[in-house]
Design a protein around this ligand. Structure first.
Ligand code: SF4
Length: 390
């Protein structure tokens, strides 16, 4: 009896997924897991125990790429130990043809390389792998096919729901529009159906709507818009909490703020990346709003949603950022009194306009500035805590 169970556990095919980057990638890994589960694989506890190892990569900053490359190189020994192991790499890094080709040449032990557009073809890739040495599948066909994948949800209490893919904003430092394509909104009914399924499972307290720029949901289809979608989800009878990410200030309209304010289901938390407090830098970033516009939106939010929790993203060390520009960023953070600040040093992304800009800032200055932003954010948090404890 025991050796039957023992043999069964040995024979059980296993997969392991390593995910880099944002919540969208975390959710895409849930889809990759969904496909593997449908192929009767189970998740391995450790990478080395897996028959299929998948790396879902991120290209948003150089650091994420370097880490992935370092860990991918380390996979060579597992392939040498067992040539039947299958190693696959996908995501935003390999959605860039030059990087995919380069990786194919440099790492002959990688069996399958694909991007962000064709994750739904993982089953085909694995089948083809049986009679094909290696697979390099690059696609520029930005679609919504990935939304049809089975989902193996891995988060305890939160269910991720994609509402759209891609971004039309082309902020000058950002690689996303090049690796995720133009904005494509999922049909509203499909989203509502997925949410009804999640509610039926009754496992998740919170549902998080995902998109690179959720506020412009529906602009490509003109079927609906983000405020209407939020309201329709809130009209569902069941008990759950709703939140969303990520917003772009240029598209956060009053009707969205009002829907958040009047619906208890929607968590009173808004992540609104400002990136810089200097209009000169915002222009060079192609962010399409001014600090005055941003502050007026913040003001409207604080009036209509008094207990709102506000967080933001800040990039320091953008090309040509002067000490004066940087001080404007610090002043804006103090003026808004954010509850949380995610601060990043500008990272040159090949293929983006900012990478070609003059007056690139040195690493030492970037480090000084990012630490100063984190210090200010920490002081704000501590002061708020003191006030709350009074
Ligand atoms: S809004 Fe800008 S920063 Fe955000 S994903 Fe789109 S291009 Fe990138």
């Amino acid at each position: 009896m025991w050796n039957i169970l023992y043999n069964k556990s040995i024979m059980q095919k296993k997969y392991f997924i390593t995910t880099y980057g944002c919540q969208l990638n975390v959710h895409e890994s849930e889809k990759l897991a969904g496909i593997m589960q449908e192929l009767n694989y189970v998740m391995a506890d450790k990478l080395e125990d897996a028959n299929v190892i998948i790396f879902n990569t991120c290209a948003i900053r150089g650091g994420a790429e370097e880490r992935a490359i370092g860990n991918i190189s380390a996979l060579k020994k597992f392939k040498q130990q067992n040539k039947n192991k299958i190693i696959a790499v996908c995501g935003c890094m390999t959605q860039q043809k030059s990087i995919a080709d380069d990786m194919y040449k440099k790492f002959p032990f990688i069996d399958i390389i694909f991007g962000t557009n064709n994750i739904h073809l993982l089953k085909d890739f694995l089948e083809r792998k049986n009679n094909q040495k290696r697979i390099l599948e690059y696609s520029e066909d930005f679609n919504l096919d990935g939304e049809k994948c089975p989902i193996h949800r891995t988060s305890e209490n939160n269910a991720w729901v994609n509402i759209m893919q891609g971004c039309n904003n082309f902020c000058s430092y950002c690689i996303v529009p090049y690796v995720r394509g133009r904005e494509r909104s999922r049909p509203k009914d499909e989203i509502l159906e997925e949410i009804k399924q999640i509610i039926k499972e009754n496992k998740y307290e919170k549902i998080t709507l995902l998109g690179q720029n959720v506020n412009s949901y529906g602009k490509d289809t003109l079927e609906t818009n983000f405020a209407q979608l939020l309201q329709e989800i809130c009209n569902l009878k069941d008990d759950f909490k709703l939140t969303f990410m990520t917003s772009n200030p240029k598209d956060l309209s009053s009707d969205i703020i009002e829907v958040i304010a009047k619906n208890d289901k929607i968590l009173k938390e808004i992540h609104l990346p400002v990136q810089s407090g200097s209009n000169a830098i915002l222009r060079k970033m192609n962010r399409k709003y001014t600090t005055e516009k941003y502050l007026s939106i913040i003001n409207e939010i604080k009036i209509k949603i008094p207990n709102v929790r506000l967080t933001t993203d800040i990039i320091v060390g953008f090309p040509s950022e002067t000490e004066e520009d940087f001080q404007m960023t610090c002043e804006l953070i103090k003026a808004v009194q954010f509850d949380g600040v995610f601060a990043f040093m500008y990272s040159k992304r090949p293929g983006t306009p900012a990478a070609e800009m003059p007056e690139q800032i040195d690493l030492k200055t970037k480090k000084t500035r990012v630490n100063q932003v984190l210090k200010i954010a920490k002081e704000i948090k501590q002061a708020k805590k003191m006030k709350d404890n009074k």
